[in-house]
Design a protein around this ligand. Structure first.
Ligand code: FMN
Length: 90
């Protein structure tokens, strides 16, 4: 990848390193986090006024504390097994 497009795509991916640190730190501190994609970046940028600042959105994270009335919060987590998630190369 070269040029402006390459740099932009690289930057978009780099965000996920920071995202991983943010989510891990939030979990350690007991702060709930909801990472989100699937939104319309153009709309998001317009609403937040990012365009005029030369910025664009790639991922969003809501941080806060769950409601005590949130019945879903106590439901069992759905996770793949370690064997499915990790490949041990040796
Ligand atoms: C509006 C919205 C968009 C989301 N988009 C994504 C997504 O693109 N990718 C993803 O892995 N999770 C997405 N999530 C899921 C959550 O961030 C979170 O991972 C999920 O609720 C499971 O949380 P858990 O850690 O309690 O199992 C989205 C959630 C919401 C509410």
């Amino acid at each position: 990848m070269k040029g402006e497009v390459g740099a932009r795509e690289w930057a978009m991916r780099q965000v996920y390193i920071a995202l991983g640190v943010l989510l891990t730190t939030a979990a350690i501190e007991g702060i709930d986090a909801t990472p989100m994609e699937g939104f319309d970046p153009k709309q998001f940028d317009a609403i937040l006024g990012l365009e005029e600042r030369g910025l664009t959105s790639s991922v969003a994270v809501a941080l806060g504390f769950r409601s005590s009335e949130d019945t879903h919060a106590e439901e069992a987590k759905v996770r793949y097994s370690e064997e499915k998630v990790f490949a041990i190369l040796s």
